[in-house]
Ligand binder design. Structure first.
Ligand code: GDP
Length: 361
């Protein structure tokens, strides 16, 4: 696990994995995302955790600081960071697809420890399984155990060890009940630090989205899994993999598409092809945009322009003719005029699939 990359290996070997958050309503998905986004990292000032289009970028050095809090895990971070999709839930997850496979590398399934498995927990499980996406469970709201004494942003063991017996017992009882509930669905699950075989057992990570307890464990485990079990899926490759997460009208820009770039590179002036409600759309990128870095208020305009953007990233594309673009479409780049008809046919193949996933809701 502690394997260091050889000195001559290129620094860009890994791309940031794409992380999605799923789960039943009110389990704390939004709150968890919010907490992760506002995680206090010392190095945070310049270029720390940044807001991208439709996603939050959590860079390697912020991860390093967080993981340093873990008494029970040593991880040598090799990924450049994590890209966490900002809209938790089914819809964005369904939209993260290209060429038949998901752009989401790993999922967090949020379960409320007070409620156990709920209907949308099971739906999310089904979606993750169907797409073959590895995931871990955030067993959330541990701060609600009776008598729990919160320790802001600490690793689970650090806080668990200083709880009194009643709070610990209640936690253990509820964790056990969750394991049983999974077993009743035919799934093996275990608290992550007791997991006998992560390939066979779902890892449960106790968290609180309010106090931040367990978040170091949650992200630490994500880093560990992506680097060990998923390493071949998170290598940077020039082969473009991008998908339209949302279609939005922006004042002054007209209709824009928010795109998750999971691999490869997009350039200003590229000719792109996406699926549309009135047939495939082929257009030239007018602007490649990301939000202005925080506190750069002196810079005019809400967005920063780019000549070129490399995976992994969330980016807004402004171009003509995007009015009827379809979220969930893959985005392709035409290297020459000749391939455009082929690419148009290609993107439109997804339309049936997109409609069927809309109808499933
Ligand atoms: P979502 O529907 O899954 O996105 O759930 P939200 O993030 O909106 O949370 C639902 C409610 O649960 C809100 O009132 C949150 O403040 C609360 N909540 C979320 N996470 C926690 C947690 O870890 N502890 C406690 N005590 N409340 C939480």
């Amino acid at each position: 696990k502690e394997k260091k990359p050889a000195a001559d290996e290129p620094a860009q070997e890994f791309k940031a994995p794409v992380l999605c958050i799923l789960g039943h309503v009110d389990t704390g998905k939004t709150k968890l995302l919010d907490k992760i986004r506002h995680t206090n990292v010392q190095t945070g000032e310049a270029g720390g955790i940044t807001q991208q289009i439709g996603a939050t970028n959590f860079p390697d050095y912020a991860l390093r600081e967080l993981i340093a809090k873990l008494p029970n895990m040593k991880i040598d971070i090799q990924i450049p960071g994590l890209l966490i999709i900002d809209t938790p839930g089914h819809e964005s997850f369904s939209n993260l697809r290209s060429r038949g496979s998901s752009l989401c590398n790993i999922g967090i399934l949020v379960v409320d420890i007070m409620h156990g498995l709920e209907p949308q927990t099971l739906e999310s499980l089904e979606m993750l399984r169907k797409r073959n996406i590895p995931f871990i469970v955030a067993l959330n709201k541990i701060d609600r155990m009776y008598g729990w004494k919160p320790m802001q942003d600490e690793a689970f063991f650090t806080t668990f060890n200083q709880q009194d017996e009643n709070a610990r017992d209640e936690f253990m009882r509820r964790a056990r009940e969750t394991v049983i509930a999974f077993a009743e669905k035919g799934l093996n699950a275990a608290l992550y630090y007791e997991n006998p075989d992560p390939e066979e057992y779902i890892s449960l990570v106790p968290t609180s989205a309010i106090t931040g307890e367990g978040i170091p464990d949650l992200l630490g485990l994500i880093v560990d899994i992506t680097q060990t079990r998923l390493n071949k899926f998170i290598k940077y490759s020039p082969q473009l993999r991008a998908t339209v997460l949302e279609v939005k009208v922006i004042e002054g820009l007209g209709t824009t598409i928010d795109v998750i770039l999971a691999n490869g590179e997009i350039n200003e002036d590229d000719t792109i092809v996406v699926a549309g409600f009135e047939g495939p759309i082929c257009t030239n990128i007018r602007a490649l945009l990301t939000p202005q870095p925080l506190r750069e208020m002196r810079v005019k305009g809400e967005y920063q322009h780019h000549k070129s953007i490399r995976a992994t990233a969330g980016v807004k594309i402004s171009a003509q003719g995007l009015d009827h673009a379809m979220s969930g479409s893959q985005l392709l780049v035409a290297e020459s005029e000749d391939v455009i008809p082929y690419l148009m046919e290609e993107v439109q193949k997804d339309v049936a699939q997109i409609f069927s996933s809309i109808n499933q809701k």
